[in-house]
Design a protein around this ligand. Sequence first.
Ligand SMILES: [Zn+2]
Ligand SMILES: [Zn+2]
Length: 80
Amino acid sequence: MAICPVCNGLREVLLICSNCGQTMVESGKLMDYYDDYSPYMEIDLMKLEDGYPDNHSDHKCAHLYRCPSCQKDDVIFIKE
Ligand SMILES: [Zn+2]
Ligand SMILES: [Zn+2]
C-alpha cells in the first residue's frame, strides 16, 4: 500500500505563494476539509476540482497549503 510521505512526516514540501512570494503553510489533507469544513470550503473545492481532475485519484494525496500573508489557498498532490 502506498504511503504519503507528507502525511507520515517523511518529507516536507516547501511551497512559495505565487501571489506574494511568502512560504506557504501546510494546512492539512484536503480530504479532512471535506469532512469538517464542507460548508465553508464548498465553493473553493468546487473550483479546485474543476482545475485538478486528478483529485480523486487513488495514487495521490491532496494537501492544502495556505499563504499566511495573503490567505491564498493552494492544493498540491503528493505522489504516494
Ligand atoms: Zn498526505
Ligand atoms: Zn501570498
